[in-house]
Write a protein that binds this ligand. Structure first.
Ligand SMILES: NC(=O)c1ccc[n+]([C@@H]2O[C@H](COP(=O)([O-])OP(=O)(O)OC[C@H]3O[C@@H](n4cnc5c(N)ncnc54)[C@H](OP(=O)(O)O)[C@@H]3O)[C@@H](O)[C@H]2O)c1
Length: 313
């Protein structure tokens, strides 16, 4: 491991140690005196003032036999210790098994985690959202979620009832904020037309160097509305096919880090995107955490644009 990489990792640990209360106070102010650790962990701010690290951890395929569960728990704990304090899950991941695994990881350190879960659109009718949320809380072993998302648009339930259900959970303190996932611009416009729809904290969507479609319309729309985006599959999805890209490998070699770190640094480069890579391997998580302190140079961003052009406006 080279010296630069080691410093980054030490730095990330320092950030976690200093920033353990940033979710509750709403903002995170970090002053590091060491010459090797001047930069701050990149944060993304929600409209309610809460800031989270730009790099979190996904969990869609955890607790489903891809790795031993002890290894997956260790991977998540490693991510937390390196500053990837946001954990994304959903009731439908492994039919609740992912939430249960996360419950074991966060036991005893709930206040250090920004916890996100999602309700499946078939469960939103009547008081379904409150029921699904309670079931998720039980599996996660906590009394609140930091963020609760509608996993996909619902075909049969009005957005106004969904927003009302989220707002009543928020008023009760069961969730701190709510948002959506897989919403197109037209879905977002529909959402903002209903009462309190503009309280939506985020939209979680597919975004990575090889899938830049949202740059065409959704990303600018969210930026105009002051709303961060959560990027899922930032490494290209299951199997991480994106990481075989030669430009990513070349830029990584220049920085002494992995192609994965470059892909993630690219995803979070503008300060309005939170990337949630998944890994069941502590070694991979260590590689990924390097993205928190990796700034890509303009010539490197240009080379990545050339290899993976942005969509035409
Ligand atoms: N809202 C939605 O509809 C939606 C849809 C899809 C995903 N998501 C969320 O987004 C998260 C991430 O997306 P994703 O799981 O589709 O894809 P991803 O994070 O882009 O890629 C995951 C894959 O990358 C591998 N990987 C991770 N770090 C690596 C590294 N440093 N080097 C090499 N391989 C590495 C993982 O294998 P190892 O375990 O072996 O490291 C796994 O195969 C999900 O877990 C979920 O929380 C949400």
């Amino acid at each position: 491991m080279n010296k630069q990489l080691l410093n980054r990792r030490v730095f990330n640990r320092l950030c976690v140690a200093l920033g353990s209360s940033f979710f509750s106070v709403g903002t995170m102010i970090m002053a590091l005196s060491s010459a090797s650790a001047r930069a701050a962990t990149p944060l993304v701010k929600f409209h309610d003032g809460t800031s989270v690290p730009a790099l979190g951890q996904g969990s869609a395929n955890l607790a489903q036999g891809r790795h031993p569960e002890a290894a997956e728990e260790e991977a998540l704990r490693t991510g937390l210790s390196l500053g990837m304090a946001l954990i994304d899950t959903a009731e439908m991941y492994g039919d609740g098994q992912s939430e249960k695994l996360i419950g074991r990881v966060i036991a005893g350190q709930r206040d250090r985690v920004f916890l996100v879960s999602k309700v499946w659109p078939n469960h939103v009718m009547g008081n379904g959202i409150a029921r699904a949320c309670n079931a998720s809380l039980g599996r996660l072993g906590t009394d609140h979620l930091d963020l609760y998302l509608l996993h996909w648009p619902s075909r049969d339930t009005e957005l106004s009832s969904i927003v009302a259900a989220f707002e009543s959970l928020r008023a009760a303190g069961t969730i701190r904020a709510w948002g959506v996932s897989n919403f197109k611009v037209s879905d977002m416009e529909d959402l903002f037309r209903v009462s309190h729809g503009d309280r939506c904290a985020t939209n979680q969507v597919l975004y990575n160097l090889g899938n830049r479609g949202i740059e065409h319309d959704l990303l600018p729309w969210c930026e105009q509305h002051g709303m961060p985006v959560m990027a899922y599959s930032p490494l290209g999805g299951a199997g991480a096919s994106l990481l075989r890209d030669s430009t990513l490998a070349r830029v990584g070699a220049a920085h002494g880090c992995s192609a994965a770190a470059v892909a993630l640094a690219w995803t979070i480069r503008n300060g309005n995107v939170i990337a949630i890579p998944e890994s069941g391997s502590a070694e991979h998580v260590q590689e990924n955490a390097v993205a928190l302190s990796l700034t890509l140079r303009p010539d490197e961003l240009n080379a990545l644009d050339e290899a993976h052009p942005p969509p035409n406006r």
